[in-house]
Design a protein around this ligand. Structure first.
Ligand code: SR1
Ligand code: MG
Length: 423
């Protein structure tokens, strides 16, 4: 019996020797490891990411570290997140083909995934900061969330398969714990790792932390997050988890995957477009971003309308799971009942999506993990003005989610906040 080699982080120097015998990699990039060129490009909060260029091609090697990279080894984090990322990618590839990178190889003990190098793709968040308008992302991301979230649920899967999967992903405890704390709780009190633009935001931060309605909503949403195991969610679906060209959209990094509410992924995604919207005036030095703002609100509306349309199509054509069985509706000739049930489910998703979006907007400004949309605005007064608008919008979405009826209302609110908050 051979011993499994103990986990060892890769380095630029050791990668060719350590992975030179992995045929799934050498088949793609070439066997001459002496000709490989390796760069470490990880700029996320958690992992190592290498680009490996060989004589015949390139590949990505992503490796988990036993701690949170952003903070250091004082915050241990299990390597098994790589296992969950791998399994989520496999399921997403099946549920929405072509929308995630192709996986070439997975090594559970070394917590590494070798996958397709996406080129000339760039991170969507970066493209939006630059003011680039990608034509297809509304459609692509709307389809992605509808297909992955519907097809991972009890609306579609055999109950036995879904329960087995629920068991598998239920062990992703530590990554859920990060979200439970960093997203739903820490922003609303003076938690040790929090940070915000100070002193400019001190006043609004104090007001939000004293806002009882907001805190209660945040905890109601956290209850949904932890207890509503509706489907396999990506779990961290922000614009930094999407890579784009003008003609291609890929979703990456599902290491936070677990069984949670359908509305969570949709809300987190839309929140990041609304944050991009409110950050645009911080990037206006080289020209107006008015058209970009219009574009971003349009993308939000397209994601939601494509999501709802595709979810409805799947409801009518692929509803093979144990929830809302056709035996109870269509097979009885009760098509109206099937439609009524769908409308009710979409209404629930809409309401909770708005809440999750509001909370996500808060945590990126008040918590530990900020986003580049705001962080790249150098002038702190200007940055704080953008952040204040996003905080107000987030509060509105979270607290008033039950009475917001349409995207038209949200568009009007966003434009009013953008125009009227000037300090
Ligand atoms: C400690 S991890 C902080 C954040 O980075 C990840 O991308 C997730 O968004 C997480 O909340
Ligand atoms: Mg990530």
């Amino acid at each position: 019996m051979t011993d499994t080699p103990a986990f060892e982080p890769l380095s630029i120097e050791t990668l060719p020797e350590r992975l030179g015998a992995v045929t799934a990699l050498t088949d793609r990039i070439g066997t001459d490891t002496a000709a490989w060129s390796v760069r470490e490009v990880g700029d996320g909060n958690l992992n190592l990411v290498f680009i490996v260029d060989g004589s015949d091609g390139s590949a990505i090697v992503k490796q988990a570290l036993p701690y949170v990279r952003l903070v250091g080894d004082s915050w241990p984090l299990p390597l098994k997140r790589s296992f969950f990322e791998y399994h989520a990618l496999v399921r997403q590839a099946d549920r929405d083909p072509g929308r995630v990178p192709e996986i070439y190889h997975f090594d559970q003990d070394q917590a590494l995934i070798v996958m397709e190098f996406l080129s000339p793709h760039i991170i969507l968040r970066r493209a939006l900061i630059e003011g680039r308008r990608l034509p297809d992302i509304g459609r692509d991301l709307g389809l992605f969330v509808a297909r992955t979230l519907f097809r991972g649920s009890d609306l579609s899967m055999a109950a036995r398969d879904r329960k087995a999967d629920l068991g598998l992903f239920s062990d992703n405890v530590e990554l859920c714990d990060i979200t439970e704390n960093l997203v739903f709780t820490d922003p609303y009190f003076d938690a040790p790792m929090n940070a915000h633009t100070t002193p400019q935001l001190d006043g609004i931060v104090a007001r939000l932390r004293a806002d009882r309605d907001l805190k209660v909503e945040a905890q109601r949403l956290k209850t949904l997050f932890s207890a509503n195991a509706q489907t396999l969610v990506h779990g961290d679906l922000h614009t930094g988890s999407v890579m784009v060209t003008d003609t291609d959209t890929r979703v990456i990094d599902p290491e936070f995957a677990f069984y949670g509410p359908i509305a969570f992924d949709v809300g987190m995604l839309l929140a990041n477009f609304w944050m991009s919207y409110f950050s645009q005036s911080g990037h206006e030095a080289e020209g107006s971003r008015e058209e970009m703002r219009t574009y971003l609100l349009g993308v939000v509306e397209e994601i939601w309308s494509v999501f709802a349309a595709e979810f409805s199509t799947l409801w009518h054509t692929e509803r093979t799971g144990m929830l809302y069985p056709r035996t109870l509706f269509e097979d009885q000739g009760d098509h109206l009942g099937a439609q009524q049930a769908l409308d009710a489910m979409l209404a629930d998703i809409w309401r909770d999506m708005l809440g999750f979006a509001g909370i996500e907007m808060h945590r990126r400004i008040l918590g530990l993990a900020h986003n580049a949309d705001f962080e790249t605005i150098e002038d702190p007064d200007l940055r704080a003005r953008c952040e204040t608008r996003a905080l107000e919008m987030g509060r509105h979405l979270a607290v008033n989610r039950c009475s917001i009826a349409s995207m038209a209302q949200i568009r009007a609110t966003a434009k009013r906040i953008e125009k009227e908050i000037v300090t």
